[in-house]
Structure formats: structure tokens, C-alpha cells
Design a protein. Structure first.
Length: 300
């Protein structure tokens, strides 16, 4: 992007439909929210770029949430970056993390592809509603890109034709999704397939810089000016961490009290650091003992 170009409005997600067809789309652009995540995840550029793609992808996937809750995208493998995770709430709060090895030092080789960073592993998509049952789908990290892994997930788990294009450059992240809907408007199979092939072919011409720096309406017009596209109002996204003192206490309550008391004996307090936002929660002995006040004593 040249200096005289105006960057696209960022930290928004925008839905669109193709009139006269059973196809929907979403476009997202992130800037401030992406930079806030990176501020808590110092890492080499290839890792930051992949984390940006994860954030853009999970924002796009959040459009499927019809209830209060969180959708999580987690990649776990045996590569130099053992774990990468991004989350988005229905209310469009984003957070993410790239976990370093135990040494805390990244040692990347020349291969900075998806496989080069994450190695062999799995990609999990988890939908966690505030009320109701948790759902998780898992696919192997056996495709060339994150977008292709997600496409495989939709094909296998959701059985919905879905295509994604993702980009990130350490400053901005963006993504485009098009998805076939259950047939309502077009009953003819051949017409339906032709419309889908046309949309995918046009979307496939998108360039990374356009995803990152073009205004949504400009980009969608450039891609689909031959079609009738209905653009909905954009929704804002922002970095938001769901950590809290009560959640941290709940996490401690899952640990055996003998282990917690041993830590208290050694340190006089217990601290929990949020890896997403670096917030630190410190708990003194009375707070820890209160967790177990109503528990029956352990019988040996």
C-alpha cells in the first residue's frame, strides 16, 4: 500500500449476501485488536502472521454464533510453536496466544509454512455456549494453510461448501469467507453449482493487500461487481480478555487442596498470570482456604 492510500476501516466484521443465490459471505479487517494481541505475544514475524490469520479466522467463524458464548480455534502440534489459540465471543471480543516452548525461545528453521511452525498436529474448533452443551470439531493439520484446514473442517463436520482467504502482516489481519447456504432460493442443482463456482472464482482473485488495506465496500465491489451483493452494517471487534479473579479462583478449585496448601507454605500466596493479557491475580491464604470450607475432610 502506498503512503497516499487510506487504510480500510479496521476492527470490523461485515456480512454480505448474494441476491438471488444461496450464498453468504463475511469480511473482516483487524488492526488495533491484532496489535494488542501481539503486544502480549512477542514472537518472530512468521508466528505473528499466523496468529493474525488465526484471529481473522475465528472472527469470521464467530458469525455462526446465535447465542452468548465463545468460539475457540486451537492449533496444537509438535513443531517449534506447540500451541496457538484464538477466541472470539458472540459480542466480538477477541483474544489470542502463541505459546512458546518450555525454554521460552523460538528456534524457527527456514520452513515458516503452517507445517514448519506447528508441525504435525490437530486443529480444534470449539463452541462453548454460556448455556448449553459444548461442541468441538477436530481436523488434522495436514493442509498447506490454515484456510485450507478450516475448509476441510467445514466439508467434514458441517458439510457446508466453504472457502476462506486469510492474510496478516504484523500490523493488520484480514479475511474473507464465502459459504453455500441450505437451498432456499435456487432449487436447480446446476444453477446453484454454477453460482457457487462463479463466486469462488471471483473471490479467488483477492490479494493479501486488498484484504488488509482496502475498504470492505471497495474490495467487495472489485471482486463481485458483476453480481448483486447486499452489504450489511459492519460490527465492531476489539481485544477483550475474559479472565477474572473469580475465574482464576475457579481454576484453583480444580487443584487438590493439599497441593495448594503446600504452595502457600512455601510462598505465602498463590499467583495466576493470564497468558492472554498478562494480568496477574494474587490470592492469599484466607481466599484459598475459603475454596474448601464446605468440603468434607479427606479420610486417610
Amino acid at each position: 500500500m502506498s503512503d497516499d492510500q487510506t487504510p480500510a476501516t479496521a476492527d470490523i466484521i461485515q456480512r454480505f449476501l448474494f441476491d438471488g443465490s444461496d450464498i453468504r459471505g463475511e469480511q473482516v479487517t483487524l488492526a488495533d485488536s491484532y496489535r494488542e494481541v501481539l503486544a502480549n505475544n512477542p514472537a518472530p514475524a512468521p508466528v505473528q502472521q499466523l496468529l493474525g490469520e488465526m484471529l481473522a479466522a475465528v472472527a469470521l467463524l464467530s458469525s455462526t454464533l446465535k447465542f452468548d458464548g465463545v468460539i475457540t480455534l486451537q492449533a496444537q502440534g509438535d513443531g517449534p510453536v506447540p500451541l496457538m489459540m484464538a477466541e472470539c465471543t458472540r459480542h466480538k471480543g477477541l483474544r489470542g496466544i502463541a505459546r512458546t516452548p518450555e525454554s521460552g525461545v523460538f528456534e524457527l528453521g527456514n520452513d515458516t509454512s503452517l507445517a514448519g511452525l506447528l508441525g504435525q498436529g490437530v486443529l480444534a474448533i470449539t463452541i462453548d455456549p454460556d448455556q448449553g452443551e459444548r461442541y468441538q470439531g477436530i481436523v488434522p493439520l495436514d493442509q498447506a494453510s490454515l484456510a485450507e484446514c478450516l475448509e476441510a473442517y467445514f466439508s467434514q463436520s458441517e458439510q457446508l461448501a466453504t472457502r476462506l482467504w486469510l492474510a496478516a502482516d504484523g500490523k493488520r489481519a484480514g479475511g474473507l469467507l464465502v459459504q453455500a447456504l441450505p437451498k432456499q432460493l435456487v432449487a436447480d442443482e446446476q444453477v446453484n453449482a454454477e453460482q457457487w463456482d462463479t463466486v469462488v472464482a471471483l473471490a479467488h482473485t483477492v490479494k493479501s493487500d486488498e484484504l488488509l488495506y482496502l475498504d470492505h465496500s471497495q474490495n467487495l465491489y472489485r471482486l463481485f461487481n458483476e453480481m448483486a451483493v447486499r452489504l450489511f452494517d459492519p460490527q465492531p471487534l476489539a481485544f477483550s480478555c475474559t479472565c477474572s479473579e473469580s475465574r482464576s479462583l475457579n481454576a484453583l478449585a480444580q487443584i487438590k487442596r493439599e497441593e495448594l496448601y503446600e504452595i502457600l507454605t512455601e510462598q505465602q500466596h498463590i499467583t495466576i498470570d493470564c497468558q492472554f493479557c498478562n494480568q496477574q491475580y494474587r490470592f492469599e491464604e484466607p481466599q484459598i482456604r475459603a475454596l474448601f470450607d464446605n468440603e468434607p475432610p479427606t479420610v486417610h
